[in-house]
Write a protein that binds this ligand. Sequence first.
Ligand code: ZEM
Length: 310
Amino acid sequence: TEASAGAGAKPSQPSSSQLDAVRASIRDLIRQPDYDDGSAGPVLVRLAWHSAGTFDAASGTGGSNGAGMRYEAEGGDPANAGLQHARAFLEPIKSAYPWITYADLWTLAGTVAIEAMGGPQIPWQGGRTDFGTTEADQAKIPPRGRLPDGAQGAAHLRAIFGRMGFNDQEIVALSGAHNLGRCHIDRSGFEGKWVNNPTRFSNQYFRLLLANEKEWKRKTLGNGVEQFVYEEEVEDASDEPEEGLMMLPTDMCLISDPVFRTWVETYAADKDRFFVDFSAVFAKLLELGIRRDAQGNVVNEANVQSGYRS
Ligand code: ZEM
Protein backbone atom coordinates (compact mmCIF):
# COMPACT_ATOMS: atom_id res chain seq x y z
CA THR A 1 0.00 0.00 0.00
CA GLU A 2 1.00 3.58 -0.38
CA ALA A 3 1.14 4.07 3.37
CA SER A 4 3.45 1.15 3.95
CA ALA A 5 5.79 2.09 1.16
CA GLY A 6 5.77 5.61 2.52
CA ALA A 7 7.34 6.86 -0.65
CA GLY A 8 4.38 8.12 -2.60
CA ALA A 9 3.56 11.02 -0.35
CA LYS A 10 6.80 12.94 -0.39
CA PRO A 11 9.00 14.66 -2.89
CA SER A 12 12.15 12.74 -3.74
CA GLN A 13 14.21 15.63 -2.41
CA PRO A 14 12.47 18.43 -0.55
CA SER A 15 14.29 21.63 -1.44
CA SER A 16 16.02 23.51 1.34
CA SER A 17 13.37 26.23 1.08
CA GLN A 18 10.62 23.61 1.52
CA LEU A 19 12.36 22.36 4.66
CA ASP A 20 12.93 25.90 5.91
CA ALA A 21 9.20 26.56 5.57
CA VAL A 22 8.50 23.53 7.79
CA ARG A 23 11.11 24.70 10.29
CA ALA A 24 9.54 28.17 10.39
CA SER A 25 6.09 26.69 11.00
CA ILE A 26 7.43 24.57 13.85
CA ARG A 27 9.09 27.62 15.41
CA ASP A 28 5.74 29.44 15.18
CA LEU A 29 3.91 26.84 17.25
CA ILE A 30 6.41 26.59 20.10
CA ARG A 31 4.85 29.45 22.03
CA GLN A 32 1.70 27.94 23.58
CA PRO A 33 0.32 30.28 26.26
CA ASP A 34 -2.15 27.69 27.55
CA TYR A 35 0.27 24.77 27.74
CA ASP A 36 3.07 23.91 30.23
CA ASP A 37 5.28 26.91 31.02
CA GLY A 38 3.86 28.55 27.87
CA SER A 39 5.80 26.26 25.54
CA ALA A 40 5.42 23.17 23.39
CA GLY A 41 9.21 22.99 23.11
CA PRO A 42 10.09 20.45 25.82
CA VAL A 43 7.40 17.94 24.92
CA LEU A 44 8.47 18.14 21.26
CA VAL A 45 12.01 17.28 22.31
CA ARG A 46 10.73 14.32 24.27
CA LEU A 47 8.67 13.11 21.29
CA ALA A 48 11.78 13.13 19.10
CA TRP A 49 13.76 11.26 21.75
CA HIS A 50 11.15 8.58 22.37
CA SER A 51 10.66 8.09 18.64
CA ALA A 52 14.33 7.13 18.35
CA GLY A 53 15.18 5.68 21.76
CA THR A 54 13.65 2.27 21.01
CA PHE A 55 16.66 1.32 18.90
CA ASP A 56 18.35 -2.02 19.51
CA ALA A 57 21.75 -2.13 17.82
CA ALA A 58 22.05 -5.91 18.05
CA SER A 59 18.89 -6.63 16.03
CA GLY A 60 18.76 -3.35 14.12
CA THR A 61 15.14 -2.91 15.22
CA GLY A 62 13.45 0.20 16.60
CA GLY A 63 14.77 3.70 16.07
CA SER A 64 13.41 6.86 14.51
CA ASN A 65 11.94 5.35 11.34
CA GLY A 66 8.26 4.52 11.12
CA ALA A 67 6.54 6.92 13.55
CA GLY A 68 5.01 3.92 15.28
CA MET A 69 3.62 6.07 18.09
CA ARG A 70 0.65 6.79 15.81
CA TYR A 71 -0.45 3.26 16.65
CA GLU A 72 -1.67 1.98 20.00
CA ALA A 73 1.09 -0.62 20.32
CA GLU A 74 3.69 2.14 20.73
CA GLY A 75 1.62 5.29 21.33
CA GLY A 76 -0.28 3.62 24.17
CA ASP A 77 2.90 2.54 25.96
CA PRO A 78 2.72 4.13 29.44
CA ALA A 79 6.33 5.28 28.82
CA ASN A 80 4.92 7.53 26.07
CA ALA A 81 2.12 9.05 28.16
CA GLY A 82 1.70 12.74 27.36
CA LEU A 83 3.38 12.62 23.97
CA GLN A 84 -0.03 12.76 22.29
CA HIS A 85 0.15 16.50 23.08
CA ALA A 86 3.36 16.83 21.06
CA ARG A 87 1.86 14.89 18.17
CA ALA A 88 -1.28 17.05 18.25
CA PHE A 89 0.80 20.26 18.17
CA LEU A 90 2.45 19.03 14.97
CA GLU A 91 -0.71 17.82 13.21
CA PRO A 92 -1.45 21.20 11.49
CA ILE A 93 2.09 21.17 10.10
CA LYS A 94 1.62 17.69 8.70
CA SER A 95 -1.59 18.93 7.04
CA ALA A 96 0.13 22.00 5.61
CA TYR A 97 3.12 20.01 4.32
CA PRO A 98 1.73 16.54 3.58
CA TRP A 99 4.95 15.52 1.80
CA ILE A 100 6.90 15.33 5.04
CA THR A 101 6.62 12.01 6.86
CA TYR A 102 5.66 11.92 10.52
CA ALA A 103 8.98 10.27 11.35
CA ASP A 104 10.86 13.16 9.72
CA LEU A 105 8.55 15.80 11.20
CA TRP A 106 8.88 14.51 14.78
CA THR A 107 12.66 14.35 14.65
CA LEU A 108 12.98 17.71 12.86
CA ALA A 109 10.67 19.34 15.43
CA GLY A 110 12.95 18.18 18.25
CA THR A 111 15.91 19.94 16.66
CA VAL A 112 13.94 23.12 15.90
CA ALA A 113 12.62 23.22 19.47
CA ILE A 114 16.08 22.87 20.99
CA GLU A 115 17.44 25.66 18.80
CA ALA A 116 14.42 27.88 19.50
CA MET A 117 14.92 27.44 23.25
CA GLY A 118 18.50 28.70 23.02
CA GLY A 119 20.25 25.39 22.46
CA PRO A 120 22.78 24.40 19.83
CA GLN A 121 22.07 23.86 16.15
CA ILE A 122 21.55 20.16 15.49
CA PRO A 123 22.42 18.56 12.16
CA TRP A 124 19.37 16.77 10.77
CA GLN A 125 18.78 14.63 7.69
CA GLY A 126 15.40 13.59 6.33
CA GLY A 127 14.22 10.54 4.45
CA ARG A 128 12.47 8.51 7.16
CA THR A 129 9.33 6.65 6.15
CA ASP A 130 6.14 6.00 8.13
CA PHE A 131 4.87 2.54 8.96
CA GLY A 132 1.53 1.70 7.41
CA THR A 133 -1.07 -0.77 8.60
CA THR A 134 0.20 -3.83 6.78
CA GLU A 135 1.16 -6.77 8.94
CA ALA A 136 4.78 -6.44 7.82
CA ASP A 137 4.94 -2.79 8.88
CA GLN A 138 3.10 -3.33 12.16
CA ALA A 139 5.59 -6.08 13.00
CA LYS A 140 8.34 -3.44 12.90
CA ILE A 141 6.80 -1.51 15.79
CA PRO A 142 9.28 -2.06 18.63
CA PRO A 143 8.17 -3.94 21.73
CA ARG A 144 7.42 -1.90 24.84
CA GLY A 145 9.99 -1.71 27.63
CA ARG A 146 12.93 -0.32 25.66
CA LEU A 147 12.87 3.21 27.11
CA PRO A 148 14.62 4.06 30.39
CA ASP A 149 12.91 3.89 33.78
CA GLY A 150 13.59 6.97 35.92
CA ALA A 151 13.30 4.97 39.14
CA GLN A 152 16.49 3.05 38.40
CA GLY A 153 20.25 3.74 38.43
CA ALA A 154 23.58 3.64 36.60
CA ALA A 155 23.52 -0.04 35.60
CA HIS A 156 20.11 0.44 34.02
CA LEU A 157 21.21 3.54 32.08
CA ARG A 158 24.28 1.70 30.76
CA ALA A 159 22.13 -1.26 29.72
CA ILE A 160 19.46 0.84 27.99
CA PHE A 161 21.74 3.36 26.28
CA GLY A 162 24.43 0.76 25.61
CA ARG A 163 21.79 -1.19 23.68
CA MET A 164 21.36 1.90 21.46
CA GLY A 165 25.13 2.25 21.05
CA PHE A 166 25.89 5.13 23.43
CA ASN A 167 28.86 5.38 25.82
CA ASP A 168 29.08 6.97 29.28
CA GLN A 169 29.92 10.45 27.97
CA GLU A 170 26.98 10.32 25.56
CA ILE A 171 24.60 9.15 28.29
CA VAL A 172 25.49 12.16 30.44
CA ALA A 173 25.30 14.60 27.52
CA LEU A 174 21.87 13.26 26.51
CA SER A 175 20.65 13.50 30.09
CA GLY A 176 21.32 17.24 29.87
CA ALA A 177 18.01 17.46 27.99
CA HIS A 178 16.49 17.52 31.47
CA ASN A 179 17.28 21.22 31.42
CA LEU A 180 13.96 21.29 29.62
CA GLY A 181 10.40 20.65 30.66
CA ARG A 182 8.92 18.87 33.59
CA CYS A 183 7.52 15.68 35.01
CA HIS A 184 3.76 15.28 35.24
CA ILE A 185 2.24 13.16 37.96
CA ASP A 186 -0.47 11.93 35.56
CA ARG A 187 2.05 10.91 32.88
CA SER A 188 5.14 9.40 34.52
CA GLY A 189 4.14 9.54 38.19
CA PHE A 190 7.03 11.91 38.92
CA GLU A 191 6.37 15.59 39.52
CA GLY A 192 8.12 18.90 38.92
CA LYS A 193 10.83 20.55 36.87
CA TRP A 194 14.60 20.14 37.00
CA VAL A 195 15.56 23.80 36.59
CA ASN A 196 13.93 27.15 37.26
CA ASN A 197 13.57 28.14 33.62
CA PRO A 198 12.50 24.91 31.90
CA THR A 199 12.09 26.47 28.46
CA ARG A 200 15.67 27.75 28.16
CA PHE A 201 18.28 25.22 27.07
CA SER A 202 21.46 25.49 29.16
CA ASN A 203 23.82 23.48 31.38
CA GLN A 204 21.93 24.54 34.51
CA TYR A 205 20.80 20.95 35.17
CA PHE A 206 24.42 19.84 35.65
CA ARG A 207 25.23 22.84 37.83
CA LEU A 208 22.21 22.18 40.06
CA LEU A 209 23.06 18.49 40.43
CA LEU A 210 26.46 19.46 41.87
CA ALA A 211 25.65 22.72 43.66
CA ASN A 212 22.79 21.21 45.61
CA GLU A 213 24.51 17.89 46.06
CA LYS A 214 23.89 17.76 49.80
CA GLU A 215 20.42 19.30 49.53
CA TRP A 216 18.71 16.79 47.30
CA LYS A 217 16.38 14.87 49.61
CA ARG A 218 14.45 11.72 48.87
CA LYS A 219 10.73 12.29 48.82
CA THR A 220 7.95 9.76 48.42
CA LEU A 221 5.00 11.27 46.58
CA GLY A 222 1.38 10.47 47.41
CA ASN A 223 1.35 7.85 44.65
CA GLY A 224 4.28 6.00 46.26
CA VAL A 225 6.81 7.16 43.65
CA GLU A 226 10.19 8.23 45.00
CA GLN A 227 12.13 11.17 43.59
CA PHE A 228 14.60 13.76 44.87
CA VAL A 229 13.59 17.32 45.73
CA TYR A 230 15.27 20.55 46.63
CA GLU A 231 13.02 22.96 48.42
CA GLU A 232 14.87 26.21 48.85
CA GLU A 233 13.69 28.28 51.76
CA VAL A 234 13.18 31.65 50.17
CA GLU A 235 11.16 34.51 51.54
CA ASP A 236 9.05 35.48 48.58
CA ALA A 237 7.41 38.90 48.48
CA SER A 238 4.29 37.30 47.05
CA ASP A 239 2.29 34.66 48.86
CA GLU A 240 3.08 32.21 46.07
CA PRO A 241 5.47 29.56 47.33
CA GLU A 242 8.36 28.97 44.93
CA GLU A 243 8.01 25.68 43.13
CA GLY A 244 10.74 23.32 44.28
CA LEU A 245 13.06 21.55 41.87
CA MET A 246 13.36 17.81 41.37
CA MET A 247 15.66 15.06 40.14
CA LEU A 248 14.86 11.51 39.13
CA PRO A 249 16.83 8.64 40.67
CA THR A 250 18.45 8.22 37.21
CA ASP A 251 19.52 11.89 37.31
CA MET A 252 21.08 11.43 40.76
CA CYS A 253 23.08 8.41 39.61
CA LEU A 254 24.99 10.75 37.30
CA ILE A 255 26.73 12.24 40.35
CA SER A 256 27.01 9.06 42.44
CA ASP A 257 28.62 7.02 39.66
CA PRO A 258 32.27 8.15 39.45
CA VAL A 259 32.60 7.95 35.66
CA PHE A 260 29.29 9.66 34.92
CA ARG A 261 30.26 12.27 37.47
CA THR A 262 33.40 13.37 35.63
CA TRP A 263 31.15 14.28 32.67
CA VAL A 264 28.65 16.10 34.88
CA GLU A 265 31.56 18.15 36.20
CA THR A 266 32.83 18.84 32.68
CA TYR A 267 29.45 20.01 31.43
CA ALA A 268 28.66 22.03 34.58
CA ALA A 269 31.92 23.93 34.12
CA ASP A 270 31.85 24.30 30.33
CA LYS A 271 28.57 25.20 28.68
CA ASP A 272 30.12 25.42 25.21
CA ARG A 273 31.51 21.90 25.51
CA PHE A 274 28.06 20.68 26.59
CA PHE A 275 26.41 22.35 23.59
CA VAL A 276 28.91 20.83 21.15
CA ASP A 277 28.58 17.35 22.66
CA PHE A 278 24.80 17.56 23.01
CA SER A 279 24.39 18.58 19.38
CA ALA A 280 26.46 15.61 18.22
CA VAL A 281 24.75 13.07 20.44
CA PHE A 282 21.21 14.29 19.74
CA ALA A 283 21.95 14.12 16.00
CA LYS A 284 23.24 10.56 16.51
CA LEU A 285 20.09 9.66 18.47
CA LEU A 286 17.82 10.86 15.67
CA GLU A 287 19.71 8.70 13.14
CA LEU A 288 19.27 5.46 15.11
CA GLY A 289 17.78 2.76 12.91
CA ILE A 290 18.24 4.78 9.72
CA ARG A 291 20.45 3.25 7.03
CA ARG A 292 21.81 5.61 4.39
CA ASP A 293 23.81 5.14 1.26
CA ALA A 294 26.91 7.17 0.45
CA GLN A 295 24.75 10.05 -0.80
CA GLY A 296 22.80 10.14 2.45
CA ASN A 297 19.69 8.60 0.90
CA VAL A 298 17.75 6.28 3.17
CA VAL A 299 17.94 2.63 2.24
CA ASN A 300 15.21 0.45 3.70
CA GLU A 301 13.32 -2.67 2.74
CA ALA A 302 10.51 -0.73 1.06
CA ASN A 303 13.03 1.19 -1.01
CA VAL A 304 14.86 -1.92 -2.08
CA GLN A 305 11.62 -3.60 -3.14
CA SER A 306 10.38 -0.64 -5.13
CA GLY A 307 13.74 0.48 -6.41
CA TYR A 308 12.88 3.85 -4.95
CA ARG A 309 15.61 6.14 -3.66
CA SER A 310 14.50 9.06 -1.53
ZN1 ZEM B 1 13.56 12.41 29.84
N1 ZEM B 1 12.03 12.17 31.15
N2 ZEM B 1 14.41 10.69 30.50
N3 ZEM B 1 14.99 12.59 28.44
N4 ZEM B 1 12.67 14.07 29.16
C1 ZEM B 1 10.99 13.03 31.34
C2 ZEM B 1 10.79 14.25 30.71
C3 ZEM B 1 11.59 14.72 29.70
C4 ZEM B 1 13.96 9.90 31.53
C5 ZEM B 1 12.70 9.97 32.17
O1 ZEM B 1 12.26 8.90 32.93
C6 ZEM B 1 11.86 11.10 32.02
C7 ZEM B 1 16.05 11.74 28.23
C8 ZEM B 1 16.42 10.73 29.08
C9 ZEM B 1 15.64 10.25 30.14
C10 ZEM B 1 13.13 14.86 28.14
C11 ZEM B 1 14.18 14.57 27.27
C12 ZEM B 1 15.02 13.49 27.40
C13 ZEM B 1 10.12 12.51 32.33
C14 ZEM B 1 8.82 13.15 32.77
C15 ZEM B 1 10.66 11.33 32.76
C16 ZEM B 1 10.07 10.44 33.85
C17 ZEM B 1 7.69 12.73 31.83
C18 ZEM B 1 6.38 13.35 32.23
O2 ZEM B 1 5.91 13.06 33.34
O3 ZEM B 1 5.83 14.14 31.44
C19 ZEM B 1 14.98 8.92 31.85
C20 ZEM B 1 14.93 7.85 32.91
C21 ZEM B 1 16.01 9.15 31.00
C22 ZEM B 1 17.30 8.43 31.01
C23 ZEM B 1 18.45 9.07 31.05
C24 ZEM B 1 16.73 12.08 27.02
C25 ZEM B 1 17.92 11.31 26.45
C26 ZEM B 1 16.08 13.17 26.50
C27 ZEM B 1 16.35 13.94 25.24
C28 ZEM B 1 17.55 13.98 24.68
C29 ZEM B 1 12.35 16.06 28.07
C30 ZEM B 1 12.59 17.23 27.13
C31 ZEM B 1 11.38 15.98 29.06
C32 ZEM B 1 10.32 17.00 29.42
C33 ZEM B 1 9.02 16.66 28.72
C34 ZEM B 1 7.90 17.62 29.05
O4 ZEM B 1 6.77 17.28 28.70
O5 ZEM B 1 8.14 18.69 29.61
